[in-house]
Design a protein around this ligand. Structure first.
Ligand code: ADP
Length: 322
């Protein structure tokens, strides 16, 4: 290994910059030449390359987003796009590639290995925490903390005015943010992405809470695949059950902001580990965090979505929101 490239792909997440910094500095420390690729796989196809130095990544630990920028690239989903990408990497004598992103980006990296034997390492960077076989992904902790702080503020208003609030959090396919935010804010109900909304249950829970003197109710609703879901929830609660509520969609505030200490730690350790793995000739791998340590797994173990949450957590929500 002499020259390695790195890119961020898919949705950005807080802490990506910490991973970029760790990769660049570890590579330089090990006498490798790090090449940043701007704008993810799209930038790879455009040869949007940035030869990086120690100072290129100075003072970015605390910045959200990614200095490399990210993108979605339909062309890379096609075989021809990946062939072009592999040819470009070879043309520039790039010996290995670190991909920081979510499960979609990991699938792209895997295809690059399968079809062209490009040495790849995946670093899980997504607020969704939905990558299989890692307990946490970079950005999740920050996103949950941001949402929790927002819900706490809304709870103040909800209590003052004896109101029910529906708060929509991110998660098209993943329940993780909704679950964690719900538990951490004592939400009365959580609606997960794959759920049919159980109106009877929601209304029953809220009425029971009011009867025992609760002066506010919070329903956390994951955005799900169909946009406008939380509007429908609000409208049905009102029209069919006479339950008045206010709606707040947290949206992209959950994606931005300075990364938490946990995300900085995770990203720094994973970035460092990704370069060591390339140097040792261990690829295609993903860096993962399990049982309290950052380690690696075969990339093929980390291509799938984590799936739905353990019933145990649903029981926990029910047990605590009585
Ligand atoms: P994330 O990595 O956050 O899950 P996406 O699913 O949007 O985000 O994926 C990011 C990019 O990765 C896509 O725009 C595409 O270029 C590439 N990608 C996604 N899925 C695949 C796939 N199955 N095969 C090849 N490339 C893929």
């Amino acid at each position: 290994m002499k020259k390695i490239a790195l890119l961020c792909s898919g949705g950005d997440s807080p802490g990506m910059n910490c991973a970029v910094r760790a990769i660049v500095r570890t590579a330089i420390g090990k006498n490798l030449e790090p090449i940043g690729i701007r704008r993810g796989y799209a930038g790879l196809l455009e040869e949007n390359f940035w030869p990086m130095e120690i100072s290129s990544v100075g003072n970015i630990l605390q910045q959200g987003g990614t200095i490399l920028q990210s993108s979605r690239c339909p062309e890379f989903k096609e075989k021809a796009g990946r062939k072009k990408a592999a040819d470009i990497l070879k043309k520039h004598s790039i010996d290995g590639l670190v991909v920081i992103g979510g499960d979609g980006s990991f699938n792209g990296a895997w295809a690059l290995w399968e079809e062209h034997k490009i040495p790849v390492i995946g670093v899980p960077g997504t607020i969704d925490n939905d990558i299989d076989n890692t307990d946490y992904t970079i950005g999740f902790d920050t996103a949950v903390q941001t949402a929790v702080e927002a819900v706490d503020k809304i709870r103040d208003t909800a209590s003052s005015h004896e109101r029910t609030f529906i708060i929509e959090v991110m998660g098209r396919n993943s329940s993780a943010i909704a679950m964690h935010v719900g538990i951490c804010t004592g939400a009365e109900n959580i609606v997960f992405p794959a759920d049919e909304v159980d109106y009877e249950q929601i209304v029953g829970d809220i009425k029971r809470g009011v009867a025992r003197g609760k002066n506010s109710s919070i329903i956390i609703c994951a955005e799900g695949k169909i946009s406008g879901r939380s509007y429908e929830l609000q409208s049905t609660l009102s029209k069919k059950y006479g339950l008045d509520s206010r709606l707040c969609i947290l949206g992209h505030v959950q994606r931005g902001g300075s990364p938490s200490a946990i995300d900085r730690f995770l990203a720094s350790s994973m970035g460092y580990q990704s370069v060591l793995s390339l140097i040792e000739g261990n690829y295609p791998l993903a860096t993962v965090f399990n049982e309290g340590v950052v380690t690696t797994r075969p990339l093929s173990d980390c291509l799938k979505n984590k799936g739905e949450y353990l019933p145990h957590y649903i029981d926990l929500v029910k047990a605590l929101s009585i």
